[in-house]
Design a binder for this molecule. Structure first.
Ligand code: FAD
Length: 354
């Protein structure tokens, strides 16, 4: 019987491949579970996906609860909601914490589950922790008291200028979604052992109201920003779509680089939205992030500030990006980018960076 006291992660897979966010969530769940003195359970949903359970264990899960059902072949809100609810009912006691990714699926599914369970949900978290809380509020005396070992769901707030610690200790599960690329996945341990259990679900008519007839995936625009080691991004300072040729040219110095963009460049139609970095784009943490003609607005910053090395080129010496870039070049990007490229090539030759 699975342990209902474990920290739970709703795993995400796409066409039979585990999504990186799931591995990141397991890393976060392990951190929380060690503080709670419990374990990590993953809920794995889909069709013909049972083989993925082992991968979840190798990445840090202690238990995997699998619902493998043809109705879950394609993601649909109601069927997936039913599957998660069925697992929770199977556990009998609600887990203390349920984590999901702040992905397209997670953003759709998490609120549905939270609303069904009438519990709280903190979206888009960048950190998690465990702590205590004393509630002295007088408005509702039934809620006062000291709560031990509750989830601190931490996320930027007030236009990303503050970190808010959000709690909901009154009811389990305490639910939260995490931003992609922020939590640390654990290294794979192929010798790790864990338990796998199957749960079956009785879908009712209400769950099957939506039928997915066809899924069309536009692979031509997909770009792996979150896993990239080097990102060269362009902003509105490029002055037009052709400016991205300079961005691509600079990116070509590195073997596995990816082109990123600010939202203003994306909104201007100069680059596809899968390239957008920032609050409403991707959160990235490459080894090197080069920003060309990007002002460094807070909504861009939150998506890339964890990059190990940030190099910014901007003609405005007071641009906000210079406040958090490790290296800044004040000047016209069209003059600076070729010089930077040559300098990088020289460095690569000298230090075998390539
Ligand atoms: P600008 O702010 O216009 O900056 C252009 C910069 O280029 C300027 O600093 C200028 O000095 C410099 N420049 C101009 N010409 C040159 C040149 N020849 N050489 C060198 N430098 C030059 N933004 C994101 O990026 N990602 C997001 O996910 C995101 N989400 C948002 C969510 C919300 C709810 C909101 C309200 C906004 C969001 N934004 C996001 C928009 C954000 O606030 C900024 O508007 C945007 O990041 C600005 O893009 P930019 O830096 O390319 O353009």
């Amino acid at each position: 019987m699975p342990n209902p006291n474990n920290v739970a992660v709703v795993a995400e897979q796409f066409h039979g491949s585990l999504q990186q966010i799931t591995l990141e969530l397991i890393g976060a769940a392990r951190f929380l579970s060690e503080k709670l003195g419990t374990g990590v359970s993953c809920f794995l949903l889909g069709h013909e996906i049972s083989k993925l359970a082992e991968g979840l264990i190798h990445h840090g899960a202690d238990e995997v609860i699998v619902v493998d059902d043809p109705q879950l072949k394609e993601y649909a809100t109601l069927t997936y909601r039913r599957a998660v609810i069925s697992i929770l009912e199977h556990l009998g006691t609600s887990p203390p914490i349920v984590l999901m990714g702040s992905t397209t699926i997670g953003r759709d599914l998490a609120p549905r589950i939270a609303a069904y369970l009438e519990t709280g949900l903190t979206a888009d978290c960048t950190e998690f922790d465990i702590g205590d809380y004393e509630h002295k509020g007088k408005a509702d005396p039934s809620k006062t008291g000291t709560f031990k070992n509750i989830l601190y769901a931490i996320r930027p707030s007030f236009g990303e200028s503050l970190k808010a610690r959000i709690i909901g200790p009154w009811k389990n599960p305490q639910m939260a979604t995490a931003r992609i690329g922020v939590m640390q996945a654990l290294p794979l341990d192929a010798l790790r052992k864990g338990a796998v259990q199957r749960v079956s679900v009785n879908f009712n008519q209400e769950d099957l109201r939506v039928k997915v007839l066809k899924t069309v995936r536009d692979i031509s625009v997909s770009v792996n920003l979150t896993g990239a080691k080097v990102i060269v991004s362009g902003g509105y300072g490029l002055g037009g779509p052709d400016g991205f040729e300079v961005v691509k040219d600079l990116a070509s110095v590195f073997k596995h680089s990816v082109v990123g963009a600010s939202r203003r460049a994306v909104d201007s139609g100069w680059m596809g939205d899968s390239h957008q970095v920032g609050q409403t784009g991707k959160t990235v943490r490459p080894d090197i992030y080069i920003a060309l003609g990007i002002s460094g607005a807070i909504q861009h910053r939150v998506g890339m500030a964890n990059s190990k090395l940030i190099i910014a080129v901007n003609k405005d010496a007071d641009a906000p990006i210079f406040k958090f870039a490790h290296y800044g070049i004040v000047g016209d990007l069209y003059q600076a980018a070729p010089l930077l490229k040559n300098a990088l090539i020289k460095m690569a030759r000298e230090k075998s960076l390539r």
